[in-house]
Ligand binder design. Structure first.
Ligand code: GMT
Length: 380
């Protein structure tokens, strides 16, 4: 199939998932065209069956900010027409799904593609529900040929928030378990001998509660020699670094910035901390589980569909620093507990969230939508 994909190119989970999906679809023989602002975070090199198109936007003194969404719409239209795209997959409602609807309207009828929209979380919970975007988000969802959410929790949130008349399907995030693998030999290059490695990976937005990571780490240090590896960039980095200084543990933390080949880093961790306010799925915990790294996360949102409490990881209440530290110390001081969580984590990945299984669900949905398009009236 000839497939177009739009996603946010930065290091966020929606763009990462869209990129991994595009790579997997291309490996299965589909032709995939990405339309993004720049090369997606995990797609910097050439791959066969994948084509990349970047949006060029014009700045002009009349514009307060360049009208990016219109440039995006124009690019989608141009790529769809030139490459006979049959199906467009928009990741994140704003502006990607809305732009793909507008672009479809601009195409001649015989060139109009089927549109799939995948909602990732903050596009519904934070952005889409804001009054300034509510109507356009609802419109984009209802005018798509099919809509997916990355967890059942997000599906319910979406139906409740937007009072939708159309069906919404859940297709969970996935991980390539042949790339994200355990590696017992792997040692963290930043930890000294005898130190445990604690890791946090995110875009350091307020929803990630990165200051909780630092506070939990302080309590861990009271009992276990350790180093904290912080991978990512974002607005909360300075607050977290400030708290580390106040707590006198700044020299025990390594800030790495963004790491695109994160599968090379995760296996060196003894523990992943992921204390988000809410998480519609939790792709980073899933990637850690695939690498047999025990995860401590918060019982909020779709992550409860990923981690089975006490079996394939630990889930604590949001902001409960003491419980997270208690669980972390339990994992770090008891090799049997760590091994059990790690092995159950990878088993859970292989049983429920392996790339092959989930990508096949997307392909089945694409086929169903294409078939419906040929036999019935779908929005276009
Ligand atoms: O995690 C982020 O803040 C980025 C965000 C995004 O939309 O780019 O990630 C969301 O999408 C991921 C892929 O579907 C999910 O695994 C994350 O749970 C979700 N993040 C939140 O809900 C906060």
């Amino acid at each position: 199939m000839k497939i177009g994909i739009t996603c946010h190119a930065s290091a966020g989970g929606s763009g990462v998932l869209a990129t991994e999906l595009g790579i997997a679809l291309a490996a299965r023989g589909h032709i995939v065209h990405f339309v993004t602002e720049e090369a997606p975070f995990r797609l910097k090199e050439y791959r066969s069956n994948i084509f990349q198109h970047y949006i060029s936007s014009v700045s002009y003194p009349l514009f307060h900010t360049p009208p990016y969404s219109l440039a995006l719409t124009t690019k989608i239209c141009e790529v769809a027409e030139e490459h006979d795209i049959e199906l467009w997959h928009a990741h994140y409602a704003i502006p990607n799904a809305a732009a793909a609807i507008f672009a479809r309207e601009m195409l001649p009828p015989e060139k109009r593609y089927c549109l799939i929209t995948t909602l990732h979380g903050t596009d519904i919970t934070l952005v889409g529900s804001d009054p300034s975007f509510f109507r356009v988000t609802k419109y984009a969802i209802e005018k798509s040929c099919a809509v997916t959410t990355v967890s059942e929790w997000l599906r319910q949130e979406t139906l409740r928030e937007f009072q939708l008349s159309c069906p919404v399907h859940t297709i969970h995030n996935f991980v390539d378990a042949n790339r994200f693998m355990p590696n017992a030999e792997k040692r963290c290059p930043f930890a000294k001998s005898g130190e445990k490695t604690i890791m946090h990976i995110s875009n350091f937005r307020p929803v990630k509660r990165v200051t909780d990571v630092v506070r939990v780490f302080k309590r861990i240090l009271d009992r276990v020699p350790a180093r904290l590896i912080m991978a990512g960039e974002g607005p909360e980095r300075l607050s977290a670094a400030g708290i580390a200084r106040q707590l006198g543990i700044a020299d025990r933390i390594t800030w790495l910035g963004n790491v695109p080949n994160i599968e090379d880093l995760i296996p060196s961790a003894d523990l992943l901390l992921h204390p988000s306010e809410h998480e519609s799925f939790g792709l980073v915990p899933l990637e850690a589980m695939a690498c047999e790294v025990p995860v401590i996360a918060t019982a909020s949102g779709g992550i409860t569909e990923v981690i089975e409490q006490g079996i394939s990881g630990y889930l604590c209440e949001v902001g409960d620093i003491e419980s997270m530290a208690y669980c972390a110390i339990e994992v770090l001081l008891n090799p049997a507990t760590a091994r059990r969580l790690a092995q159950n984590g990878r088993r859970r990945v292989l049983e429920c969230f392996d790339q092959e299984r989930i990508v096949a669900q997307y392909e089945a949905l694409y086929e169903e939508v294409r078939h419906r398009r040929q036999t019935a009236n779908l929005p276009h």
